[in-house]
Design a protein around this ligand. Sequence first.
Ligand code: ATP
Ligand code: MG
Length: 228
Amino acid sequence: MRPVLRDVNLDVHEKTFAAVMGPSGSGKSTLLHVLCGLDSPSAGTVTLAGKELTGLSDEQRTLLRREWVGFVFQFFNLVPNLTVAQNIGLPLMLQKVRDPRNDPRFQETVEFFGLKSKLDKAPHELSGGEMQRTSIARAIVHRPRIILADEPTGNLSSKAGREVMEFFRRAVDELGQTILLVTHNPRDARYADELHFLRDGSLASASTLRGKDINEDRIASCMEELGI
Ligand SMILES: Nc1ncnc2c1ncn2[C@@H]1O[C@H](COP(=O)(O)OP(=O)(O)OP(=O)(O)O)[C@@H](O)[C@H]1O
Ligand SMILES: [Mg+2]
């Protein structure tokens, strides 16, 4: 069987906003699953905040993922019959926080994402952008070591998508969060500190862009070169 990922060597430093671009089927989602221990690589290691995931049992990986990883998905994945507050509080509940709404992390997060007036609403009463803000708030509320985001703007208007990217950027700059974003969208990629390109399961390391090199022209030429 053909491996989905091959020779992938990726370091994401703390307090960095990293992004990965690549064509459909290139292994982007698989990479995120491997990084959080949902999938195990057949060879190699995955280290999260100094802890090697590959040697842990399923249960140990689940606990670590709960505490250290926040997820943001394309389809929001909010729990429909819970309120916005209950959705955001879920990771704290899993950490046995009795009353998440009174936890300072909850209050700071709700304030940060401008969701105070939405707390008692059901997810279906929100706009797409508000749903995604809720799901990012849920991903960040327990201050995970890393947020993994898989095409988080794929279902949003360009305005709502821009807003989501601005929140990610601020979460790194103001809260010291670490983010790994997977995207098809060069407009999203421009918010990152470093941009990696994945093709056929391998990182094209020669074309990693950093800092000021992450601009429209360079992204477009990398995408063209890699046939994205
Ligand atoms: N659980 C699985 N078992 C076997 N093959 C899989 C599994 N999940 C994904 N694949 C295959 O691995 C390859 C990479 O899939 P992946 O979902 O990681 O791609 P992607 O880059 O996220 O694509 P997209 O942009 O469409 O979301 C594909 O060829 C896919 O068919
Ligand atoms: Mg995918």
